[in-house]
Design a protein. Sequence first.
Length: 590
Amino acid sequence: MSTDQILAFTVIGVMMAVFIWDRFRYDIVACCALVAGVAVGIVPIEEAFSGFSDDIVIIVGSALVVSAAVARSGIVDIAIKKFFPNLNSVRAQLALLMIVVAVMSAFIKNIGALAIMMPVAFQFSRRSGVSPSKYLMPMAFSALLGGLMTQIGTSPNIVVSQLRADLTGTPFTMFDFTPVGVILTLVGITFLMFFHWLVPSRTKQNSSIEDAVEIANYTSEATVPAQSPIAGRPLSELLKLGDGEVLATAVLRGTTRMSPFPDLALREFDTLILEGRSAAIDRVVSSAKLQLSGKPLKGKGQQGDDLVSIEAIISRESPLSGLSARELALSYTRGVNLLAVSRRGQRLSERLRDLTLMAGDVIVLQGNRNALPGVMQDFALLPLAQREVMLGTQRRAFIPLAILAAAMIATAVGWAPVAVAFFAAALGMAVFRAIPLTDVYKAVDGPILVMLAALIPVSDTLRTSGASELIAAWLGQIAGGMPAYAALMMILLTAMGVTPFLNNAATVLVMGPIAASFATALQYKPEAFLMAVAIGAGCDFLTPVGHQCNTLVMGPGGYKFSDYPRLGFPLSIIIVLVSVPVLLWIWPVA
């Protein structure tokens, strides 16, 4: 063993140990490993930052932006309310998510399928009151399993198909992978459905001050417009759209104030006083097509795309204190609308135009993106955590879906590689304002991308130092004289073990010839061994870095490095135990 090989094993081994120790944040650990690799000479200086231009970093970052834009569009809420209005069981929700992700992953890139369904998981999480972490990791693992079912489902299947063509002159066909893949997917999803409790409840690791100051009791005013779909329906049906996070404190019908009984039939032009989180009120308003208080601002020279809603606190020096919205006439004098008010410790049931504002009230103002800062300065308002809220903002529900569909079609027919297609999709989301520019950079999740970029050159030291060939030589010595099932299991386990340090396609390129050599030496047919390599390379359930799907959910799920083997290790054992007899049955070696 050479010095470089020893150093490569040492740096990677220490890095993995610190990851599992979990005392330091993952991006810091990865960067320290990169610096150590450069310091000892196994990572060339000119290659130290090559990971930042790697396709995997671009794919993960772009997929996060695309997923955020789809979630922001509101189309997910519409789909859930229409097709799954009563799906409240966590197990049923999880089963639906995993099945859909797995089936989609068989025909489109699994990271794309996962990005599409992540917003649905967050909606289910909000509805059920459980952490998103309970959904996201099982979904990521289901995406990996679903990719095993067809030739185009995952990169290892494509590469191993070409290897078979080089060895035998006949490549694997599109559905040669399906019998084994379907069995593994069904077994894996069944396990995940009953053992998802192994995943701990986590909150997002990089939660910001915005999350800490979430206002839970905004009061807003909305009117049922003419020909509204909610007209004639009971009030309870409207409030269901808020998943229990919105209540009505009053219903105003003309000059009559009515008690908000659940069975009260709503009529056109009824005005409702709603209380809840701004995001929940926004779901109710947008889903039922209600009209918020205030004058339409488009007619005042405003561009609809430039209208934003922001939260602000009324300071003691603010001239708004002691005045009502009717007295201020903000929409006429300053071109802004008062959409909601929150007063600590009080439930408000007055109309917003009649409510006397007080110092300390938190308000939501809607106006032109460029004009609002001046309004806030003039009225001595303090922006709440410098954040933008959804209430009252304009959204084009189908633009994100159209952009995502175009990206998926481009990859499916070979017009563009995945990295380019997803980058273009993320750019399209920003260009067509499906997501504000400020939210684009929040969605990118810097720590995850830095970790990936730092790990790529470190992991590549196994190849550049010759350590991967050394591992292959050791395996060759061990495999001599083994029965078919033992050799097959060893190949599968080795592919699973190598995948976190090489990308899955590289794992197939390294392990495929080794597997074929084993088969030849043992006088067996190579198909089962090549399939074992593809399965092992496509099933990294132990780390967040072996596959983009695992990395994609790490930040949103708030996972720690050690969370993955808690669910992934028993799943890996099951996949190995099921794969070996199924492979020998479907692809006999004799």
